[in-house]
Design a protein around this ligand. Structure first.
Ligand SMILES: *[C@@H]1O[C@H](CO)[C@@H](O)[C@H](O)[C@H]1NC(C)=O
Ligand SMILES: *[C@@H]1O[C@H](CO)[C@@H](O)[C@H](O)[C@H]1NC(C)=O
Ligand SMILES: *[C@@H]1O[C@H](CO)[C@@H](O)[C@H](O)[C@H]1NC(C)=O
Ligand SMILES: *[C@@H]1O[C@H](CO)[C@@H](O)[C@H](O)[C@H]1NC(C)=O
Ligand SMILES: *[C@@H]1O[C@H](CO)[C@@H](O)[C@H](O)[C@H]1NC(C)=O
Ligand SMILES: *[C@@H]1O[C@H](CO)[C@@H](O)[C@H](O)[C@H]1NC(C)=O
Ligand SMILES: *[C@@H]1O[C@H](CO)[C@@H](O)[C@H](O)[C@H]1NC(C)=O
Length: 924
């Protein structure tokens, strides 16, 4: 063994002489292979033929030019082998083909493979190789014809001279790795390339050009960070003009911008897949698409394409996928469906299409997905759609469709049907579909009763019939639906008893609110579902007539009087609810229920330019809402979209709604309305629509990116903001019943309106303080809040308390005058009463000092409503006054951040002290 090692080492060291030394030894290659086998795990014993006593040219996967000659090919694909490639493979000198695909190899690819000067096929795909792909391979393996490293964890960059390095390459497959850098244009010097697959990597920079690759059939660059412009798009498509064999072109999921040129139509007529989805392309869909008679997949979704859907698409007879959802296309959908006998997926959702749905969609007999959601479609749903026997998914929600559904239908494959948010009427049809999982028909005008037959939809998981005009009882048959996890029948006119079994036993999955004539038998049902208690009690069969008659008479009397009582109670409660919901009345002209579609339109499809902030549980967008259908009146509002991927976000949404429903104060942000709906995918979507604050938040104003912009907050503005925030907090702590603890007060949550009046926002972590000390669970704080602003005792598991908020306020107040974040060293050192006054001039926001030292006027220019304006600080006494004012404000801040909660001021005390400072500075 030792001897073999020595020889191997020698071979390796004398790389250039290995021919002389090793070639004489026929055993060496066999030894390399045997030691390779030794370190492998071979669960299926695939290499059992690899034995010492046999000629290695006869072993499984090994091929020699002749028996006993050198190894030319090693093919061990798909054998579940694990282990590493030994560096000694760089001796298998004659190797032309090395294929280890679809195993579990790990480790790095040894640099020594660069010695295999005859290698033409290197196939290492679908393993778990890691590390940088050795550059030696790029430099020395010019003989390579086939290189596939797909699905590993390899990194590295492609060299600039790539095309010269591999003159004979036909296949370059590097997809699903971590390759990075710019894709060199020189790739097109590898003029024999047929397949280029670089998808799912981290390539960035401009999309490369591929001139003159005559035999190119596959070009996939999807899921990288490639960029483009209109001009570059033009060059890119032009560079593919001579690639007349091109079948697959995928540049999806990159960062391509600009228009697609009409020269797209010069691409090969052999094109089968054309995918540019999920970029930022705009302009209209290029002309001349009818050229692509072989097209199977047309995938332009998730861009910003505008204009109309081209009529000429209708001639593409082989089309199986037509995906254009989430763009800005408008106009009527042309009647293009007659030739689509192979069409499998049709997705035009989330555009601005108007007009009717063509009955000719019924000719797409193979259709599986039909998605027309979130458009402006009107008219009835053609009955032909309900005869598409292969349909699995039907999305028609968020349009203005009317009329009724066919009285009954069978669609054997249908799994999801969403027709919510339309104007559909008539009865709920009799649906006979065994595999239906999701049925949503909410917010329409369906009437009549809920058919018993719904209980036969055995696979049903979600049933949402909320906000319709349904009457009659809840069919007991729904108890049978054993997979049901979400049942929403709220806001109808249902009556009678709530069933007791099945899904009705897990009350958190059931929503029946807003049906005033439903009743439940147990207190739990009554309490959880908000229905009344059934008056008659559970019916029991009895044989004796008399007691029944007597009972009935008695019951009627009782019933009537109780009904009256109940009616009184309900109308009282309703009255109360109406009063409560007043504080979130929608703005005049705004629809009562803002839908996902409205918000999407107002925020320009949640475009990045409208993104004004990202916070704990979601993103805040600026939205321009139409407040009148007739005149072009708009209102700018802020929309906070909850990120429901985060588990806590839904909870935070309801906390925030609940908190804001009950409060009104000039210095709290005003919620106009909320939106709880579904997006184009049918996923839950939750948003709050609020006052828009044109001056951003306090944090942005304290640390402006553009210092020169002159938007420095003056001393008086800072003081006013502090008073605004203190007023809001004082109101929450002392005027609300129960008191509300904000739990996340910080500059980013203080918003400034056009008059620089501050409004406290973001109640996602708020807590209601229970008056009842035994109710501990409702107020235990899971430590959240924001680092730097959380009171120290929260770290020790203390409950949320008003003094915790006071601490956050104190930090905020100090920060306003120091303009350093609480994570700054200065805060860590610990500020205290004794040392801070000496240091005052060192620690205070220097811009504030400079401002009042060097500016002769206008120090306190004040746009704040109500107060009178300009105060000049040109003379020494005023400079002193300003210093004194800053010092006093900071003293208040320090009294708020006392270590022990009981040593801190209350918000009310802090507020009144701040008022005193303001009077002092205004010279009152
Ligand atoms: C290797 O062995 C074969 C016979 O097994 C022989 O014909 C051949 O000449 C040997 N090659 C060398 C270089 O020794
Ligand atoms: C690949 O290897 C990495 C570490 O090298 C490991 O974390 C990962 O789980 C492996 N993946 C697979 C699919 O085996
Ligand atoms: C490329 O292929 C040709 C023809 O097969 C061959 O003559 C040439 O040597 C190859 N080039 C390299 C660098 O291997
Ligand atoms: C393209 O493919 C044809 C047929 O396989 C072949 O004859 C021709 O040499 C190839 N051209 C290039 C540039 O690879
Ligand atoms: C296409 O081929 C023609 C003729 O060989 C050549 O003149 C032209 O430059 C090529 N265009 C591209 C973009 O490769
Ligand atoms: C995408 O492109 C835009 C505009 O060219 C640029 O601002 C943005 O940073 C890019 N995003 C990525 C992820 O490259
Ligand atoms: C079907 O294709 C033919 C051309 O092959 C075209 O004339 C016709 O308009 C197409 N039908 C539709 C509905 O687009």
């Amino acid at each position: 063994m030792i001897r073999v090692h020595h020889i191997l080492l020698l071979c390796f060291l004398l790389d250039n002489f290995h021919f002389i030394i090793c070639n004489n030894n026929n055993n060496t290659e066999r030894d390399i292979l045997l030691s390779f086998k030794l370190q492998l795990t071979d669960p299926n014993n695939a290499l059992s033929s690899w034995r010492q006593d046999s000629n290695h040219c006869t072993w499984y996967g090994v091929n020699c030019s002749k028996l006993g000659e050198r190894v030319q090919s090693l093919t061990l694909s798909g054998l579940s082998l694990s282990g590493e490639i030994p560096s000694t493979f760089g001796n298998l000198f004659s190797l032309k083909n090395l294929s280890l695909a679809r195993n579990k190899f790990v480790g790095e690819i040894p640099t020594e493979l660069g010695n295999l000067h005859n290698l033409s096929r290197l196939q290492l795909s679908e393993n778990n190789f890691t590390g940088r792909f050795p550059t030696s391979i790029f430099f020395y393996l010019s003989s390579l014809v086939f290189l596939s490293l797909t699905k590993n964890n390899l990194s590295g960059e492609l060299p600039q001279n790539f095309g010269h390095a591999f003159p004979n390459l036909t296949t370059l497959a590097l997809a699903t790795n971590r390759f990075e850098g710019v894709i060199p244009n020189s790739i097109s010097n590898s003029s024999h390339l047929q397949i280029i697959d670089l998808a799912n990597n981290r390539f960035h920079g401009p999309i490369p050009l591929f001139n003159n690759l005559k035999n190119l059939t596959h070009l996939t660059l999807g899921n990288n960070f490639l960029t483009s412009t209109t001009l570059l798009n033009l060059k890119f498509f032009d560079s593919l003009r001579n690639s007349t064999q091109l079948q697959i072109l995928m540049v999806n999921d990159n960062n391509l911008t600009g228009d697609l040129p009409n020269s797209v139509a010069y691409l090969s007529g052999n094109l089968q897949q054309f995918c540019v989805s999920n970029n930022q392309l705009n302009g209209s869909i290029p002309k001349g698409m009818d050229k692509f008679q072989n097209l199977i997949s047309f995938s332009f979704e998730q861009n910003y394409f505008t204009g109309e859907l081209p009529l000429e698409l209708g001639s593409l007879k082989k089309l199986e996928q037509l995906l254009i959802y989430q763009n800005r296309l408008s106009g009527e959908i042309p009647d293009i469906f007659g030739n689509f006998t192979n069409l499998y997926m049709l997705s035009l959702g989330n555009n601005q299409f108007s007009g009717r749905i063509h009955a000719s969609i019924g000719k797409c007999k193979r259709l599986s997905l039909l998605d027309l959601e979130m458009n402006k479609l009107v008219g009835v749903i053609p009955k032909e759609i309900f005869q598409l026997s292969g349909l699995t998914t039907l999305y028609l929600h968020g349009n203005s469709l009317n009329g009724s559904l066919p009285p009954e239908f069978k669609m054997e494959q249908l799994q999801t049907m969403i027709v919510s948010d339309n104007k559909l009427s008539g009865n709920i049809p009799k649906i006979e579909v065994n595999v239906l999982k999701i049925l949503k028909m909410a917010r329409n005008k369906f009437s009549g009763s809920i058919p018993n037959s719904l209980g036969d939809l055995a696979s049903l998981v979600t049933l949402d019939l909320s906000s319709n005009n349904l009457t009659g009882p809840i069919p007991e048959s729904l108890e049978k639906l054993e997979y049901m996890v979400r049942l929403n029948l709220s806001f109808n006119k249902l009556e009678g008893e709530v069933p007791m079994k099945g899904v009705f036993m897990n009350l958190s999955q059931v929503d029946l609110q807003g049906n005033n004539r439903l009743c439940g038998f147990t207190n739990q049902v009554v309490h959880k579902l908000g229905v009344t208690l059934c008056v008659a009690g559970k019916k029991e069969k009895r044989n004796i007539l008399l007691p029944i008659i007597l009972g009935v008479i008695g019951a009627i009397v009782l019933f009537v009087s109780m009904l009256y009582l109940l009616w009184l109670l309900i109308s009282l409660k309703k009255h109360e609810e109406e009063k409560r919901s007043l504080s979130s009345t929608p703005l005049k002209g705004l629809p009562q229920n803002i839908s996902y579609g409205d918000i999407r339109l107002a925020t320009d499809n949640f475009s990045a330019t409208n993104l004004v902030g990202k916070g704990g549980f979601g993103s805040v967008y600026k939205g321009v809402f139409n407040t009148s259908n007739y005149e072009s009146q708009t209102t700018i509002l802020a929309v906070k979209v909850l990120d429901l991927q985060q588990r806590k976000a839904t909870q935070s949404f309801s906390v925030e709604c609940e908190a804001l429903k009950n409060v009104r104060h000039r210095n709290l942000v005003k919620v106009i309305t909320s939106c709880s709906s579904t997006d184009y995918k049918g996923d839950d979507f939750k948003a709050l629509v609020m006052q828009f604050m044109p001056n951003g938040n306090l944090e942005m104003n304290l640390y402006p990116e553009d210092i020169e912009s002159g938007s420095l907050l003056t001393l008086l503005q800072r003081l006013n903001i502090a008073i605004d925030v203190a007023s809001a907090m004082d109101y929450l702590h002392h005027d609300c019943d129960p008191p509300i603890v904000h739990c996340d007060l910080k500059p980013a949550n203080v918003l400034l309106d056009e008059d620089m009046v501050a409004h406290v926002a973001d109640f996602g972590l708020a807590r209601f303080l229970s008056q009842n000390p035994s109710e501990k669970h409702s107020i235990t704080l899971e430590l959240k809040g924001s680092i730097g602003y959380i009171a120290p005792e929260y770290g020790l598991g203390y409950k949320a308390s008003t003094s915790g908020d006071v601490y956050s306020f104190g930090i905020l107040l100090l920060e306003m005058f120091i303009a350093k974040k609480p994570t700054d060293e200065m805060f860590k050192e610990g500020l205290n009463m004794n040392n801070f006054e000496k240091k005052l001039l060192n620690i205070v926001d220097q811009r504030l000092i400079n401002h009042y030292e060097y500016s002769t006027q206008n120090f306190g220019s004040d746009s704040h409503s109500g107060e009178s304006g300009n105060i000049s600080y040109s003379d020494g006494s005023n400079t002193y006054k300003a210093e004194e004012c800053i010092a006093s404000a900071m003293r208040i801040g320090l009294s708020c951040v006392a270590h022990h909660p009981k040593d801190r001021l209350t918000m009310r005390e802090a507020l009144s002290k701040l008022h005193v400072i303001k009077q002092f500075i205004l010279g009152l």
